[in-house]
Write a protein that binds this ligand. Structure first.
Ligand code: URA
Length: 252
């Protein structure tokens, strides 16, 4: 299976580490007319999923007045919509079926759907959305918390399905420092998952986090709904949407 976006714009060349104005502009002014997703100008494995419904729902999530119930619903819906886009290259085969009228060769997925791997805990709300569109998908869990002082991830739970050649979609609503995302990939690699079977999907990313991730794993595609401006001094994304886990579960 290859869901790495053959239909995206042609690849751009050099990845410069300067977090340029272009990045900020791209995150602010998502071209509404572009279907599907587009490749970032300098980060060749960053794809911004620009569907208007996704952008509209994300704005609702960002608003601080949005209540928990609506935040949770939008998170799930965005995950579904992004999942629909990023699985556009799933391989198909056919099988013979019988409609009420006659037999036909009808398309079906060739391989098992990708394993969905939420990084706990906020990504649980996204896993629900992906599972809705791929009910057969296996779900793995990676539990990481962020050490308050170092901002480094600490593992507290790893539970993954048996490996049998599937692809993996790692999910986390926020790609902030990039440390958790990088650590989660390390976990999958440690379990023997090939690098070319891994993708990462987030709602909102900070340029700093994308850079950390891209430096570590330049070949792994990252799908986001928005690339925001920066991280603040406590490693929250600006403007972001606050603490995704707290808003999803009503904690603080
Ligand atoms: N995690 C969050 O939930 N929000 C941020 O802005 C950064 C990390």
């Amino acid at each position: 299976m290859d869901f790495r976006g053959k239909r995206h714009a042609a690849s751009h060349n050099n990845f410069t580490l300067s977090l340029t104005i272009t990045m900020h502009l791209q995150s602010r002014f998502v071209p509404p007319s572009l279907p599907g997703m587009y490749e970032h100008e300098t980060l060749k494995k960053l794809f911004i999923v620009s569907h208007p419904l996704i952008q509209h729902k994300l704005t609702h999530m960002r608003e601080k007045s949005t209540p928990k119930r609506e935040f949770k619903a939008a998170l799930k819906e965005i995950a579904m919509l992004m999942g629909y886009e990023i699985t556009c290259d799933l391989a198909l085969t056919t099988k013979t079926i019988e409609t009420p009228i006659q037999k036909m060769e009808a398309p079906v997925l060739k391989d098992a759907p990708p394993v969905i791997v939420p990084i706990l805990r906020a990504a649980l709300g996204m896993a629900d959305g992906l599972e809705e569109i791929m009910p057969e998908a296996q779900i793995g869990h990676i539990g990481l918390y962020r050490d308050h002082d170092t901002h480094q991830p600490v593992e507290y739970l790893i539970r993954l399905p048996q490996q049998s050649g599937q692809s993996y979609i790692l999910i986390d609503p926020m790609l902030a420092t990039g440390n958790s995302a990088k650590h989660a990939v390390d976990v999958l690699l440690r379990q023997g998952v090939p690098m070319n079977k891994i993708s990462f999907m987030a709602l909102v990313a900070a340029p700093e986090g994308v850079k950390v991730f891209h430096d570590a794993y330049p070949e792994i595609p990252v799908y986001v709904a928005a690339l925001d401006e920066k991280l603040n001094e406590t490693a929250y994304i600006v403007p972001g949407l606050g603490d995704a886990g707290d808003r999803l579960f009503g904690t603080n």
